[in-house]
Ligand binder design. Structure first.
Ligand code: ADP
Ligand code: ASP
Ligand code: MG
Length: 420
C-alpha cells in the first residue's frame, strides 16, 4: 500500500468551481493500492479577512490600547483556523459529488500536536493510525492545513503559509511516497514569475537551495515546510492546480542535492520587502554590548537577520545596523530604548522602505567571482547596497525598496537565468 499527500493553496480553492477542479485532480490520482490525504488552505482572502476580524475585536486600528499577546494569541488561532475547516467540508462534498468516497478530518480527529507558541506553532507529532487505516481503505482524507492542537487541547496555527508545513508533516507521519504541493504557478522558478517574465521553471531543486530561497522570501513554499521535508527526507513536488488532469504538469521536484546532475552557480533570485533596517549610532565599544542588544531583541521575540558592525567616528564608539521583519521594527526600537543607558547608544534610526534581494546556488561553494557579478550588476543600475550578508550558498543585499524589481531583473539577467 502506498500513500500520497496532496496540498492545495488558497487560490487553488478560491471558489466552488476551482474546488470542483481540485476534486477532479484528486480523483485522477486515485488508484488501487494508493491511499490519498489532501491538505487544504482557506479560500483565498479568507485568512486575511479572519485576521482583520480578530484585530478589530482587539481594538487594533481603533483607539483601543494594544492587548497583550497572552490575551490575544490563543483566541486569534481559534478565529483564523476556521478558514481551512470550511474548505475541508467543501472539498469533501465536491469529491462525493463525483462519486469519490471522502471525508474531512478536523484537528480533534487527527491531532497535529504542536507546542503552545500560538500563531507560529511547530508540529511535534501526528498520530496517524486512524487516518492511515481510513485512506488505505480507499476513503480520501481531507485535512485542514495551517493548524494544530496543544497538549491542553487548545488550537494553534503554524504561521502564514503554514498549510505547506501541515502537508509535509502529514506526509512524514503517513510515510507517504511524496508530498505534492499544488499552487497557482506550475513549479518553482528561477525567480518569482510574477516579477520576471523570463523566469524559468526548474525541473529539480535541492532541499538546501529551496530552504535558502524560501527563507529569502520566495513564498512558494513556507520555510518550515522545506526544513521538515529536508529533515524527514520527504520528496516534495510543486505543481499547478490550474491544469485539468491529463494535461502535462511536471512541476518541480525538491530533492536531495545528489539527485541534481548540473549544479548551477546561481539557481534562483529571491526578494523580501518585509524588512526594516535599525541603525544604532555611537554605541559604547566594549565586550558584552552586542550580547546585551541581541539578547534583549531575542527576549522580545524579534527575529534579527542581517547584522553589520562598524567603527564610529568618535573614539571607543561603534555603529550597529541590523534588519528585522518590518512589523517588528517599532517593537525593536522600544526594546533598544529600554537598554539605552546600558549600551550608551546616541541615536536610533529606523528605515522601513528597504528590501532584501538574494541570489542562491549550490554551485557557489566552488566558484569565485559570484559576489563580484552581483555587485557589478547592481552598480550598473545605480543601486546602492546598504548591507550584505552571505552563507555558503547565498548572498543577500539590503537595498532601497523602490529598486526591488529592477534589482531582481538585473541579477536574473546577470547570472544567465533569463529564458531565451
Ligand atoms: P498558495 O496559496 O498555493 O500557498 P502562495 O501564494 O503561497 O500559494 O505561493 C505561490 C506564489 O509564490 C506564486 O504565485 C508566486 O508569485 C510566488 N513565488 C515567489 N517566488 C517564486 C518562485 N521562485 N517560484 C515560483 N513562485 C514564486
Ligand atoms: N491560510 C493560511 C494563510 O493564508 C495558511 C496557508 O494558506 O498556507 O496564511
Ligand atoms: Mg502558500
Amino acid at each position: 500500500m502506498s500513500r500520497l499527500v496532496m496540498k492545495f493553496g488558497g487560490t487553488s480553492v478560491g471558489d466552488v468551481d476551482r474546488i470542483a477542479r481540485v476534486a477532479r485532480i484528486v480523483a485522477a490520482e486515485r488508484k488501487p493500492g494508493q491511499g490519498l490525504a489532501v491538505v487544504v488552505s482557506a479560500m483565498s482572502g479568507e485568512t486575511d479577512r479572519l485576521v482583520g476580524l480578530a484585530r478589530g475585536a482587539a481594538g487594533e486600528g481603533g483607539n483601543g490600547a494594544r492587548m497583550s499577546a497572552a490575551d490575544f494569541n490563543d483566541e486569534y488561532d481559534v478565529i483564523v483556523s476556521a478558514g481551512e475547516q470550511v474548505t475541508t467540508g467543501l472539498l469533501a462534498i465536491a469529491l462525493r459529488r463525483i462519486g469519490i468516497p471522502a471525508r474531512s478530518w478536523q484537528n480533534w480527529q487527527i491531532p497535529f500536536r504542536t507546542d503552545a507558541a500560538h500563531s507560529k506553532a511547530r508540529v511535534s507529532d501526528i498520530p496517524d493510525e486512524d487516518i492511515g487505516r481510513s485512506i488505505d481503505a480507499g476513503v480520501v482524507a481531507v485535512v485542514p492545513g495551517f493548524q494544530g492542537i496543544t497538549d491542553d487541547n487548545r488550537i494553534t496555527t503554524l504561521g502564514r503559509g503554514g498549510s505547506d508545513t501541515s502537508a509535509v508533516a502529514l506526509a512524514a507521519a503517513l510515510r507517504a511516497e511524496r508530498c505534492d504541493i499544488y499552487t497557482d504557478v506550475d513549479g518553482v522558478y528561477t525567480t518569482d514569475p510574477r516579477i520576471v517574465a523570463k523566469a524559468q521553471r526548474l525541473e529539480k531543486i535541492s532541499y538546501e537551495e529551496m530552504l535558502e530561497l524560501a527563507s529569502a522570501g520566495a513564498k512558494v513554499l513556507q520555510t518550515r515546510s522545506v526544513e521538515l521535508a529536508f529533515a524527514k527526507r520527504v520528496p516534495v513536488r510543486v505543481l499547478s492546480s490550474f491544469l485539468e488532469p491529463g494535461t502535462p504538469n511536471p512541476g518541480t521536484l525538491v530533492c536531495p542535492e545528489d539527485e541534481i546532475v548540473e549544479k548551477q552557480v546561481v539557481s534562483g533570485v529571491a526578494y523580501s520587502r518585509d524588512e526594516a533596517k535599525v541603525t544604532l549610532l555611537g554605541v559604547e565599544d566594549h565586550p558584552g554590548v552586542a550580547a546585551e542588544i541581541f539578547s534583549k531583541l531575542a527576549d522580545a521575540n524579534i527575529n534579527v537577520d542581517m547584522i553589520v558592525q562598524s567603527e564610529a567616528r568618535q573614539p571607543e564608539r561603534q555603529n550597529i545596523l541590523f534588519t528585522c521583519p518590518d512589523r517588528d521594527a517599532s517593537r525593536a526600537a522600544e526594546a533598544i530604548e529600554e537598554i539605552r543607558s546600558k549600551i550608551g547608544v546616541e541615536e536610533v534610526h529606523i528605515r522601513r522602505d528597504v528590501a532584501k534581494v538574494s541570489v542562491i546556488g549550490i554551485g557557489m561553494r566552488s566558484q569565485v567571482g559570484v559576489a563580484r557579478t552581483m555587485f557589478s550588476a547592481l552598480a550598473q543600475k545605480g543601486i546602492n547596497i546598504e548591507a550584505i550578508a552571505t552563507s555558503e550558498i547565498k548572498i543577500s543585499v539590503l537595498i532601497d525598496a523602490v529598486y526591488t524589481e529592477l534589482a531582481v531583473r538585473a541579477l536574473h539577467t546577470a547570472y544567465g537565468l533569463d529564458a531565451v
